[in-house]
Structures are given as structure tokens and as C-alpha cells.
Design a protein around this ligand. Sequence first.
Ligand SMILES: C[S@@+](CC[C@H](N)C(=O)[O-])C[C@H]1O[C@@H](n2cnc3c(N)ncnc32)[C@H](O)[C@@H]1O
Length: 278
Amino acid sequence: MQSSLRSVDNSLGAMTDAEFVDFQRLVKEMTGISLSDRKRAMLTNRLAKRMAFLNLNNYQDYLYFIKAEGHSERNEFINAVTTNLTYFYREPHHFEYFGQHVLPILSKQNIRNKPIRVWSAGCSYGQEPYSLAIEVCNSEIESEVRILCTDIDSKTISSVKKGAYPEKYMRGLSDELIKKWFVQKTDGTWQAAPRLRQLLIGKRLNLFDKPWPIKPAVDVIMCRNTLIYFTEPDQAAVIRGFAEHQEPGAYLFLGHSENIKEVEKFYKRVGNTIFERI
Ligand SMILES: C[S@@+](CC[C@H](N)C(=O)[O-])C[C@H]1O[C@@H](n2cnc3c(N)ncnc32)[C@H](O)[C@@H]1O
């Protein structure tokens, strides 16, 4: 098999209905992501790049690859089908609430002086957890804070660990915050300060691979714009998992369009898409 990169092969024919259904099923099985019929063009585009790389020009061959248990292409396939849109301080009221209410409250309650545990679940390239880290470092709390960053997409986790962003991915940060917390490297990327980076731990994790290797009593879970890709029963299952990992008084932040009924069973609303475990 030729593995050199070449341009996208125009001879790649249209995806048949049966092939699309097969891909939909595989994506759902491997990631929980429910691809609607409207996503066929998006899927075709994303797979075309992988298939060109592998020098394949028919979907059946590609399906054969990813169905093979343990084949390294399974990981690449997952990375190709995830949508990773993110930016710093996306939904800024969440970070304001985290910095001004959550951190001081948790720090005050922390009589046993244990690290405050934050989990950014579906962290994408890391702009979300780095925004949380900036809030931690800008706060005056004395408690130690650890931010676990997880995502199903392995390339995003490498980015979290590097903490270096090209200019176009600095969206959402003011010049003042960039100056305070990033240094521009000779290649033009912006490197996050060691003080931010040392708060973050990056791990690949599929929210549907349970049990999660995460100890309970997570003080803050931020899972935004990730559950939206799942079916209602799958969203409910993830919410139940979060609830099992949190104690009363802990916080959950969801994305602006994630109205999930299951949340009400375990949390009370304390702000706009901000919840407290009951
Ligand atoms: C649109 S991004 C949201 C990033 C960030 N939370 C934000 O709001 O800016 C959604 C992320 O969820 C991740 N994701 C999708 N399915 C997942 C799963 N089953 N387990 C863990 N992460 C998943 C994707 O890889 C992607 O990086």
C-alpha cells in the first residue's frame, strides 16, 4: 500500500446509500456521534483526504480497513469524523462564573486542602482548558488546581500537551491576556506559559468507554458543545456518568444549546447552562 500524500482523487465515486448507512453505524459505534443524513457531504469530504492518503478510491476498501479490529486507521477515522471547533473564552460567561464564583467557593470549602479537580471533557485543541487555567492563575485562591483535559481525538490531546497555537487559533484572547500568558516562538506560534501548562493533564478518552479511568469527586466538569452530537439516550448516559463522578456542591457546565432533561435529576440550575450537583 502506498502511504505518500497525494492530491484528493477525483475518481472517488459518489458514496452509495448503503455505504453511508454503514459509515453512520460505524461512527456511532466508535464515537457515539450520530451523523444525520445532511452530513453526507461533510463525511465524504473528510474521508476523501484520508482515502487519498491511503491511495484508496473506493469506500468498500476503506470500510474494510476501519472494520478491522486494531487497525491503526480506526484512530485516524475517529480523528477525521470529529468536529473540533473551539476557541478561547468561548461562551465567556462560563469563565467569568468559574473565576468569580466557583473557584473562591471551592477554595473556601476546601478545608482538607486537597487539589480542586476540574475536568474539561471534549476539550478539543485545548483553548477551553487553557481559558480555565488562565482564570485559575488570575485568581487569588491558595488551593492547588488540576485540570484534566480529555477528548476522543488523539491529535487534539497532543495539541493540549504542546500548548502552542498558531496566530489564527488565538481567537477569543485579548492582547492583554496574550501578552501576560503566551510567548511567541520563532515559528510564529504562541506558547502558553509554563504556569498554565503545568495545571493541565491531557488524556485521550472516549466518553462511551466506561468505566472512565477517573476517580469520583470531580469538583467541576465542563463538557460543552460535545453532547450535542449524541442521541438523547447517549446524552443521558453521559450525564449520569458525570453525576456519579460528582458530589453535592460540585459544578457542571454545558454548551449553550445542550438542553438535556436528565440533568434535572441530579443538578440544580445556578446560571445560564451552569449547574450544581444536588
Ligand atoms: C465542538 S468540540 C467542543 C470543544 C470545546 N468543548 C468547546 O466547547 O469549545 C467537540 C469535541 O468533542 C469531542 N468528542 C466527540 N465525541 C466524543 C466522545 N465520544 N468522547 C470524547 N470526546 C468526544 C470531539 O473530538 C471534539 O473535540
